[in-house]
Design a protein around this ligand. Structure first.
Ligand SMILES: Nc1ncnc2c1ncn2[C@@H]1O[C@H](COP(=O)(O)OP(=O)(O)OP(=O)(O)O)[C@@H](O)[C@H]1O
Length: 457
């Protein structure tokens, strides 16, 4: 039987949880202070603990809660601790996760939400206990300055590798932020591949690429006859992500209506297929990515605050390529090697001026743009070495092609943006989906760019 310890100094809360969880079949233990909690912890070795941070002798603060959290994890690192925090206390929720808590729940505790967290906690506890080897984080210290699948040695990327290793060992939702083409999906894959759920799949939903009326069915599936054309029952992506990871790409583009449904699902991990009545329970880890500033979207009323707090407790920010020091050259060499092999073309590196141009260019499309430019250059290069011209870069100008030197970075970026949108439209004869894909942005973002630069299709 699963042993569960509840630590809360409020007698009413303890009674409510005792009552609410009595039918779940746990071996339930309740403590009102730190001393009692540690005694029960040592005696019953619970797989999951719910821990109110405000405990005597510091019921208004969090010091005793954090002390207990660290003592428990020191004695038994496999224990999954869910901390109970104040309603808007994102700071302490984040601190607790950083200190090794598995997840958090806000007051007043919602019974169905905590049940989901507890069940997931026991699931993770059994995975961890069965195979402690799946946790690479303890062995890989902060000194690891590289990560398989990634090229880059600048200090900002080392921070990213460190964060990936750290969050991979937990099950908390992670928000990956960064401009388009910086490697957000690569980060999501790295977290999944190093985490507890690596034996199951990572399922991706591109929230910006699916028409609004089809999104709910994409997430949750549909029953036969749910709408015209629904000729059979179809499972949604969420169902396929059971036991694994659900990667929500471009979450900033999720329509408001769907944000409400997603939040409801995230709180209880239960959903119904479109046109169905049965509740379906899944156990999945959420990783989301966005290239829009969600805090700004939240302030503008385009993104729900409660959803932001649910998905954004831990975030990993990817720096734009132009801020990664010499990494651009390492990446360019890697792409060159890979593409000359793939295309069976012998190319012997870049000219000095090509290297200079790559270092000076602002890379609005980031790593994806570099990859595309090198791919094109490998095919176009007449000689043994790739020149700035083959890369379509101007070796003289500090920014993009044709920009006078006295423009601001913002102006230069806008000009490049417009140039890329124009070129993509031309290349794909006005096909928005293909044009957006080719420059690495979502369809809604592409429409925003058309509007911003006053381009008509
Ligand atoms: N540090 C890196 N090392 C090697 N390859 C990288 C790195 N970062 C990104 N890439 C490659 O660049 C391309 C774009 O990366 P990815 O799709 O992960 O970006 P993204 O930020 O998710 O883009 P978008 O916001 O448009 O969805 C991929 O081919 C990826 O493998």
């Amino acid at each position: 039987m699963h042993s569960l310890l509840i630590v809360d100094d409020n007698e009413d809360v303890r009674s409510q949880l005792r009552w609410g969880l009595s039918k779940e079949g746990y071996d339930l233990h309740l403590a009102g202070d730190g001393e009692e909690a540690m005694a029960l912890f040592r005696k019953h070795a619970p797989g999951v603990v719910t821990l109110d941070l405000g405990l005597p002798p510091d019921p208004e603060g969090t010091s005793e809660g954090f002390r207990l959290l660290s003592e428990m994890l020191k004695e038994c690192p496999e224990t999954q601790v869910i901390v109970i925090t104040g309603h808007h206390d994102k700071k302490n929720a984040l601190k607790a996760i950083n200190s090794g808590a598995y997840d958090f729940c806000r007051k007043p505790v919602d019974l169905s939400e905590i049940k989901v967290l507890i069940n997931r906690g026991f699931y993770l506890h059994s995975l961890r206990s069965e195979n402690a080897k799946v946790l690479p984080v303890a062995a890989e210290g902060r000194t690891e300055d590289f990560m398989e699948g990634f090229i880059g040695t600048c200090s900002a990327m080392k921070e990213v590798y460190y964060s990936i290793r750290k969050v991979a060992a937990t099950d908390v939702p992670v928000l990956v932020t960064g401009e388009s083409g910086t490697g957000k999906e690569l980060v999501a894959r790295a977290i999944h591949a190093r985490g507890l759920r690596k034996a199951a799949s990572m399922v991706t939903i591109n929230c910006g690429a699916i028409p609004e009326n089809l999104l709910e069915a994409e997430f949750f599936g549909h029953e036969k006859g749910a709408f015209t054309g629904a000729i059979s029952r179809v499972q949604g992506k969420v169902e396929y992500a059971d036991k694994g990871t659900l990667f929500l790409d471009e979450i900033g583009d999720l329509p408001f209506n769907m944000q409400v449904k997603l939040l409801r699902f995230l709180q209880e991990m239960v959903f119904q297929r479109v046109g169905g009545r049965a509740d379906i329970l899944v156990n999945t880890r959420i990783i989301a990515a966005t290239n829009v500033d969600l805090e700004e979207a939240m302030n503008a009323g385009r993104f729900r605050e409660d959803l932001y707090y649910r998905i954004g407790v831990v975030s990993i920010h990817l720096p734009p390529l132009r801020e990664r020091e010499d990494d651009v050259l390492l990446l360019a060499d890697m792409f060159l090697e890979q593409m000359s092999r793939e295309n069976n073309v012998a190319v012997n590196g870049f000219t000095a001026s090509a290297r200079k141009a790559m270092l000076h260019y602002s890379w609005p499309g980031n790593v994806r743009e570099l990859e595309n430019k090198v791919r094109r250059a490998v095919i176009m290069a007449g000689g043994q070495r790739i020149s700035a011209e083959d890369l379509n870069l101007d070796e003289r100008a500090p920014q993009s092609s044709g920009q006078p030197a006295n423009v601001t970075l913002k102006e230069a970026r806008n000009a490049v943006e417009k140039e890329m949108v124009d070129a993509a439209l031309k290349r794909f004869s006005g096909n928005i989906v293909q044009a957006a894909k080719s420059i690495g942005v979502s369809r809604p973002t592409f429409y925003d760019l058309l509007k911003k630069h006053d381009i008509s299709v």
